[in-house]
Design a protein around this ligand. Structure first.
Ligand code: NAP
Length: 295
């Protein structure tokens, strides 16, 4: 394994993203040695049995000791406290990154705990499923998906370059942007769609004249897709909404205005407006498919 990108990589958090990274690193020989830490003994044991890590530690400071790369794969709300705990144990020259779905809040919580001589390169792979835990990961999760890096203004360009190589070796395409811009992009492409799914499934469940068994029985097409998204991990998504509050509320405001305008069109039987809107959105779907075909 002479060409491993990193000698030792530590995964803090061994759920969907942590385990997928472990598998992807094994697939491409990215690290000579992968250590892991998770809160529960059960998760640590499962990770070791599956084999996407080489060693697990009950104490996260032991997992990061001597690591060249430390990846935080935990809910965004605890990234700051984890950085604080591991900070004195980080090796000089090491890179610390995260995979959190929110960037401004994670940078604010983590950057101040990163010691000088250690490089912090925040990141977010735009890839996931509704499953969680160490058995849910797979090596192909990041293939052809985007990973967005949000380097700090005074960050080391070499560390960003190395993280770009890392994500490319995991199968992803990489782009860099500011943390602020990332949070708006993620709010409209990922956070709002999840909020809508959580809401629509809840609304259906609350409808008094439609029994739950009817929802299950007749759930087809669109609604079925919403239930899949609405099955996503509650802890992760609670943290995402609380920590990306401003950007989510901003796009939610726009969404509510547009929804009110569609409701008005329905009320007024404005077929032209409805048709025009549906044709526009159908065109966007076509563009996405065309873009995918080019990859
Ligand atoms: P997950 O499957 O629920 O895994 C979370 C992991 O974090 C588990 O191993 C859990 O350990 C560990 N953990 C939780 N609290 C901890 C603590 N206090 N100390 C140490 N370990 C702790 O979550 P995930 O889907 O991989 O998400 C992880 C991160 O990736 C989140 O920040 C999320 O925003 C981001 N992300 C998720 C997706 C997605 O679609 N899921 C996509 C892109 C980015 P136990 O198992 O022992 O509880």
């Amino acid at each position: 394994m002479a060409d491993a990108l990193f000698e030792k990589v530590a995964l803090i958090g061994l759920g969907l993203i942590g385990s997928s990274l472990g598998h992807a690193m094994k697939r491409a020989n990215i690290a000579r040695h992968i250590t892991g830490h998770a809160r529960s003994k059960q998760t640590r044991q499962t990770a070791l049995e599956i084999g996407f890590v080489d060693a697990v530690f009950e104490n996260m400071t032991d997992a990061v000791s001597d690591a060249d790369l430390v990846i935080l794969c935990v809910p965004v709300g605890i990234c700051g406290s984890i950085c604080e705990q591991i900070s004195p144990h980080l090796k000089q020259g090491a890179i610390v990154t995260d995979v959190g779905s929110v960037k401004v809040a994670v940078v604010a919580a983590c950057a101040r705990h990163i010691p000088s001589g250690v490089h912090f390169v925040p990141g977010h792979p735009m890839a996931g499923t509704e499953f969680s835990g160490p058995t849910s990961g797979f090596a192909e999760l990041f293939d052809n998906r985007w990973c967005l890096l949000t380097p700090l203004l005074d960050g080391d360009p070499q560390a960003t370059k190395k993280m770009t190589e890392y994500w490319q070796a995991c199968g992803a395409n990489v782009e860099t942007m500011t943390a602020q811009h990332h949070d708006v992009v993620a709010a409209i492409t990922s956070h709002l769609p999840h909020l809508i799914a959580f809401n629509i499934v809840g609304t259906a469940d609350d409808l008094e004249d439609v029994a739950e068994r009817e929802i299950i029985k007749y759930a087809a097409g669109g609604f079925r897709d919403f239930t899949r998204i609405a099955a996503s991990d509650p802890t992760m998504w609670r943290d995402v909404f609380i920590h990306n509050k401003e950007a989510v509320l901003e796009v939610l405001g726009r969404f509510n205005e547009d929804l009110a305008s569609l409701a008005k069109a329905i009320k007024e039987e404005d077929g032209y407006k409805l048709y025009e809107q549906f044709e526009r959105t159908r065109h966007i779907r076509q563009n996405i498919l065309d873009d995918e075909r080019k990859k």
